[in-house]
Design a protein around this ligand. Structure first.
Ligand code: ZN
Ligand code: FE
Length: 256
């Protein structure tokens, strides 16, 4: 049972909340509800009943709606075991390699520390959908608030290895500014240049640039490309470890 209906709800300044609906059973979840009201409205117009809240990490723009949604719907809150104490209303703690069920659909959980120490991602393999919160962004990656570059690189390595067709449902619309930075790191990457102009065109029309696909990210996202000879030359790190190249790209982005 592969199909999932995914509804993207833009909230706050640049956050995306996702409804995930499994049609054969009607099971419905929400990923990272920053706020409750727009989620309740989106459920209401579809007559969907919320059963699960799936959190990737503890930041307020990902869990802010947990308690109000739990109160309104009785939904079960699922979140990272490594951060259980910081997830409001947590009912079910999960970690690396465990499975979360949503009706007939299944998500594999990955521990992806770096942005926060307890960050997780949910991969619905049969639906080719990855919910990665603030770990991997379209053309970017999350800031290292609580982790080291080595940790974050290990986390991104797990996600980078998923199938080409995987759609990357990240939690923020940061792509346009990420593209500007990416072009400073790898200006001669033709796929990146083309993608950056497609992103500009989409944003000019007010369209989302998320989800992207993993095959696009591997070809254009500088944070997934520390093995690129062009990036290494540009950074003067021809012989460094991948994690060290990643760390330098992240350091430059922090100052961009
Ligand atoms: Zn965050
Ligand atoms: Fe966030």
């Amino acid at each position: 049972m592969g199909s999932l209906e995914i509804v993207q709800i833009p909230v706050l300044t640049d956050n995306y909340v996702y409804l995930v609906h499994e049609p054969s059973t009607g099971a419905t979840g929400v990923v990272d509800p920053a706020v409750a009201e727009p989620v309740l409205a989106a459920l209401g117009t579809r007559s969907w009943r919320l059963g699960h809240i799936l959190n990737t990490h503890h930041h307020g723009d990902h869990v802010g709606g947990n308690l109000a949604l739990k109160q309104a719907t009785g939904a079960t809150v699922v979140g990272p075991r490594a951060d259980a104490a910081r997830i409001p209303g947590l009912d079910v703690a999960v970690g690396d390699g465990e499975t979360v069920r949503l009706g007939a659909a299944e998500a594999t959980v990955f521990d992806v520390p770096g942005h926060t120490r307890g960050h997780i991602a949910y991969w619905f393999r049969a639906a080719d959908a990855l919910f990665c919160g603030d770990t991997l962004f379209a053309l970017g990656c999350g800031r290292l608030f609580e982790g080291t570059p080595v940790q974050m690189w290990a986390s991104l390595t797990k996600l980078r290895g998923l199938p080409d067709a995987t759609r990357v449902y990240c939690a923020h619309e940061y792509t346009q500014s990420n593209a500007r930075f990416a072009l400073t790191v790898e200006p001669d990457n033709a796929a990146l240049v083309a993608r950056a102009s497609a992103v500009d065109a989409a944003r000019a029309r007010g369209r989302p640039t998320v989800p992207s696909t993993l095959v696009e990210e591997r070809a254009t996202n500088p944070f997934l490309r520390p093995d690129s000879a062009a990036i290494r030359r540009r950074l003067g790190l021809a012989a460094a470890e991948d994690a060290a190249v990643f760390a330098e790209v992240r350091r430059r982005k922090d100052q961009f």
